[in-house]
Design a protein around this ligand. Sequence first.
Ligand code: NAG
Ligand code: NAG
Length: 403
Amino acid sequence: MNSKGLAVLSCCLLLFVWAECQKEKPSKTTEKKATKELKAKENKFSRAAGKKVPQGSSKFLKKGQAKPMNVTPSQRQPSPLSILTRAVAKGQFQKVPDTLVLRAREMLDLRCKGKMVKWRYPPYLDDDDTDRRLRIKHFERHSQLIVVNSTAADTGEYSCWSFQCYDSECHNGEDKLGKTYIFFTDPQELFVPTEDYYEVIQMRTNHPTLLPCQVTNPLAKVTLHREFPPENVAVDGIDISYEVKRGFTIHHPRPSHAGSLFCMADMNGVRQISTKYMLIYVNYPSSVPKPAIQASAASFHIGDNFNVTCTVFGEPEIAVDFMWEYPGQQIGRPPYVRERTDLVRQGGQVQQESESILYIDEARAVDDGLYSCTAENLQGTTTVSTQIHLLQTTLAPRKAKTG
Ligand SMILES: *[C@@H]1O[C@H](CO)[C@@H](O)[C@H](O)[C@H]1NC(C)=O
Ligand SMILES: *[C@@H]1O[C@H](CO)[C@@H](O)[C@H](O)[C@H]1NC(C)=O
């Protein structure tokens, strides 16, 4: 492609990216308007609530007194220890259930009991720096998290925990955890919007793979599709399963799962597709390598030849890298290493034997010491060592120690 074509292409790309940005980032002016609307609504609400709530019970609604609003029927009740509450009107709080369904643009006002409180919330709220819609305020006995003018992208888990510090040591209170998953429904955004048009996902052998197409409405009907050739992917709940808060999970990835997949949501006649997921299959080891180290001799005389062998048995088609550390390294003794891999049968199973051999020719005094082999695969590294000693002989008399 010539440079002109390239320039046009990059221009198009920029335009596309800009257009996508406009879609995602709300404009300031409309936001102000909605905030006003929201405030007005809030005032109206608190006025209405003020009449209904009897005095003295303003802090927490008693169990069963009022049904929480906007919740799915399937939700479980919050644990009695929950420290998380939500302001539903002025001075009126409710314990937060496991799942909450709010409408986008509604304000979220969470309170967490505790002197020192930390919050966790969807990462989008941190990235969203153009308009600080997230506010966290700490008070003496609680902390407050507010999301104004919420969007579908705020859908996700919100949690808080309180911790205590004694003598500069801080402890998380295990039981002092509040957690909820909040859907912010938006008829225009059935999927939680993401930054990327497509996402590359590595599928590893023996590792479940998640296609994180999260919906903003738990009632949306979600299906999984392959782009080429276009087809529905069967979701049987065993091989592939769907969870409304997470997306699709491929439990036992196989090379045949690779390719371009996407989710489709269906809600009240509106159909939308998610980010596309480019699934790449990677042969992945089930564990870190377990090398064994073996020296041809535990000791040597000056001038001897010896070698140290590092061996790993593992799954076929899994690359293993070896690194050596040895005493002669310090004086730059040239490494003389040979590596090989073989398929062998062990206990009725085909295994791959990977081996690295370090050769020490015409050994010198400097070769006395610790020999370490580090074997590495995609899961991690393991190091094994052996000590090899120089044997004193009349040919190499020990120098008298002075001082
Ligand atoms: C507020 O939210 C939504 C999106 O943020 C947007 O469409 C609307 O214009 C915004 N209004 C506000 C508040 O900004
Ligand atoms: C390692 O050294 C021993 C002793 O010198 C020798 O017998 C053996 O063949 C060597 N092993 C390899 C793999 O070269």
